[in-house]
Design a protein around this ligand. Structure first.
Ligand code: UD1
Length: 420
């Protein structure tokens, strides 16, 4: 199994460009099965989660051609050949649930295994099911599968989510796009990846308004046509790379995503005393030899501080002077990186959903184990700032969401390599 070895303590200098957003792509790909015409996506990241989604769509009847060199995917589903999203594929990735809405809208039936994914909490799918029922679907759960049927076309409705869910908002948008009449989604998620999804749907002939706000209005259309769409840049990858010079020292320019998608994160990073300069599509992060100030972070749905950057920010607070707190409000079990950071010398106490971090002067390299996607990258960041060698094992978690991270960091001067 691959490992990442880091010889820490080297200042970073350089620039990196983030890849296309994994989370945007994982919704855009299932969207393509709503249309029988081909769709071309560019700026698609090369990640194992994208491969899993490809595998799933192919099992449903999609024909997918990949241009590895250009990072583009051509997806074409002239006919759905199976309505079954099998356990073997779905268990690898929770986002597989996003085929449920499109299959149901196009075909009036679907059978989708209950999903797996990162071990960061229970992560139920009740909101997806609640919304689809409101659009007229009949659902039952049997043998670990969701069986969904609609006797005729789905019908538009007003749906108010009891709390915010990114995936449920996406599934409902896709299902409502081919429903009869108008759907109003209240208390929707506002993530940039949802705006990207809606922009793509509108370029296919869909009629969506209000994306990026908490109320999204979808006027159903009879069908969608093919299109070409460039996936937006990955804001979580951008935030992760911003933390690399913040931890190790030096200056890195991170390009490829509008900084406005990271405002809450950037504000917290600046509070630590790190210099952050934003341009139109890039951010420059500089750390001289300054002392880091402690911060208090609370994760929230967009535009709040993203849960997907909590583990990485925790790595930085381990080196601040004083006590920081990180409160995780989205997932109940998302502090699995804490025991590994402690092995590298950090002082962290976790009680319920709050981690209290007392900064230390320095951390030391150690063998550590990745437990989920964002936890794995927090260990790499800690390794960049630690004395001696850090070896991160179980990096298959990392490969779900970061394309070539070791190469991108190495171009900035990090001593990092993958050992196969
Ligand atoms: C998406 C992102 C993930 C990110 C998360 C929150 C993708 C592929 N993944 O995940 O990286 O961490 O948003 O920003 O885009 N919930 C329920 N019932 C439901 C649905 C969700 O209880 O039916 C709960 C979840 O367990 C969680 C919270 O709601 O506690 C938010 O989850 P949600 O926004 O749905 O996250 P995902 O779409 O799974």
């Amino acid at each position: 199994m691959d490992k990442i070895c880091i010889n820490g303590g080297k200042e970073l200098q350089g620039q990196v460009t983030v890849s296309g957003a994994k989370n945007a792509c994982l919704a855009l790909m299932p969207l393509t099965i709503l249309a029988s015409e081909p769709i071309k996506m560019t700026n698609v990241p090369r990640l194992s989660d994208i491969n899993t989604m490809k595998q799933l769509l192919i099992s449903l009847g999609s024909i997918i051609r990949e241009d590895l060199f250009k990072g583009s995917l051509h997806l074409h589903t002239p006919k759905i050949s199976s309505h079954d999203a099998a356990y073997d594929i779905v268990r690898k990735m929770r986002a597989s649930i996003l085929v449920l809405g499109p299959l149901l809208a196009r075909e009036g039936r679907a059978r989708v295994s209950l999903p797996g994914g990162c071990a960061i909490g229970a992560r139920p799918v009740d909101l997806h099911l609640f919304g689809l029922e409101k659009l007229g679907a009949t659902l039952d759960l049997k043998d670990g599968y969701i069986r969904a049927r609609a006797s005729s076309r789905l019908r538009g409705n007003t749906i108010e989510f009891p709390f915010i869910s990114v995936g449920a908002t996406e599934n409902l948008i896709m299902a409502a796009t081919l429903a009869k009449g108008t759907t109003v989604l209240k208390n929707s998620a506002k993530e940039p990846e949802i705006i990207d999804l809606c922009n793509c749907i509108n370029s296919m002939g869909g009629k969506i308004e209000g994306m990026g706000s908490s109320e999204i209005v979808i006027e159903g259309v009879d069908n969608l046509k093919g299109t070409q769409h460039e996936v937006l840049g990955d804001r979580i990858e951008m935030g992760t790379f911003m933390l690399a010079p913040a931890m190790a020292g030096g200056q890195v320019i991170v390009k490829g995503c509008p900084p406005t998608y990271l405002t809450a994160f950037t504000r917290k990073l600046s509070e630590t005393g790190i210099s952050v300069e934003t341009g139109e599509n890039e951010i420059t992060v500089t750390r001289k030899n300054d002392t880091l100030k402690p911060i208090n972070v609370v994760t929230e749905p967009f535009p709040g501080f993203p849960t997907d950057l909590q583990a990485q920010m925790m790595a930085l607070t381990c080196l601040a002077k004083g006590k920081s707190t990180l409160e995780e409000k989205i997932f109940e079990n998302r502090f699995m990186h804490a025991p590994e950071l402690i092995r590298m010398g950090a002082r962290i106490e976790v009680q319920g959903g709050i981690a209290s971090v007392t900064g230390v002067d320095s951390m030391k390299g150690a063998p550590v184990m990745a437990t989920d996607l964002r936890a794995s990258v927090s260990l790499i960041l800690a390794g960049l700032a630690s004395k001696g060698e850090t070896v991160v094992s179980r990096v298959y978690h990392l490969d779900r969401g970061y394309e070539n991270i070791e190469r991108k960091l190495a171009t900035c001067g990090a001593q990092i390599e993958r050992v196969v």
